[in-house]
Design a protein around this ligand. Structure first.
Ligand code: UDP
Length: 254
């Protein structure tokens, strides 16, 4: 009997109308699909994306169609907790690193790095090539291309058929770009990794573990990049809406 298990999606829970998939082992689920030749668009969900998507039907539709939406931000974990759903946080950068470490021992699963500033994406890819000498890198391209260079990039991606495509263009550009180009490599994992290349290249620091354990990685990012404060306004807004959603649910139950 054919094994069709990997095509099944993980259970999901809606947070303010946006789905989040639940699992204790996203990587095994993803790799199972990859090894069966089934592609996956991964969206790494946080409070800011939920707020944005609720105002932007295009992004909302992309998220609803993504085969995997992971709980990237601590706001998502908090909102799940309000509904008694216990789910550990899995940051997009950690998922990216876990996939790279796995691919580092699998020559038939080449990786593509796309996005970020020219030197940064080179440094990020170099870091991983040094750490994982057997990692097969199908290509490295920065995220500030003109239309002609982007068409060339798309031809390169189609020709090399990478199996893991890391896209760092920022939200929502990376999600839209993946939706538009997924058909070029329908067997690959496509994941928007935001500022991960900046961290891997060494130009930005990731919050230390004790800050992450306090669920304050978002605050650390604002302190490191004060220009992000405006984007952070989505966080209290999300918290208020998530609590209101929970209270409304409780009222309905009584
Ligand atoms: N970026 C890019 N092309 C653009 C705009 C942004 O490659 O036209 C890159 C930028 O250099 C940075 C990443 O996208 O590396 C966005 O990082 P950010 O931390 O803002 O990600 P987000 O939190 O929006 O997902």
């Amino acid at each position: 009997m054919p094994d069709d298990r990997p095509s099944e999606l993980l259970p999901q829970f809606p947070i303010l109308g946006q789905p989040v998939h639940l699992s204790n082992d996203y990587v095994s689920w993803l790799l199972d699909r990859l090894q069966h030749g089934i592609g996956t668009h991964v969206v790494t969900m946080n409070a800011e994306i939920v707020i944005y998507a609720n105002r932007d039907p295009e992004l909302s539709s992309i998220i609803h169609n993504a085969q995997l939406v992971t709980p990237d931000g601590s706001g998502i974990i908090m909102a799940l907790k309000l509904h008694n759903v216990v789910q550990p946080r899995y940051a997009g950068i950690d998922l990216g690193e876990d996939l790279l470490r796995w691919a580092g021992n699998q020559e038939q699963y080449p990786v593509f790095f796309y996005g970020g500033k020219p030197q940064i994406v080179q440094q990020a890819a170099q870091k991983w090539q040094t750490e994982l000498p057997n990692l097969k890198i199908a290509g490295v391209e920065h995220g500030y291309l003109d239309a002609e260079a982007e068409s060339k990039l798309l031809r390169q991606i189609q020709a090399t058929q990478p199996k893991i495509i890391l896209v760092a263009l920022g939200m929502p550009r990376q999600e839209i770009w993946i939706r538009d180009n997924f058909h070029l490599c329908p067997q690959a994992i496509w994941i928007g990794v935001g500022g991960s290349f900046d961290v891997w290249s060494g130009v930005k620091n990731r919050a230390p573990q004790y800050i992450r354990n306090l669920d304050l990685e978002w605050l650390y990012r604002i302190l490191q990049e004060p220009s992000r404060w405006r984007r952070a306004l989505a966080l209290p807004q999300f918290a208020i809406l998530a609590i209101a959603e929970r209270i409304r649910g409780q009222d309905k139950a009584h």
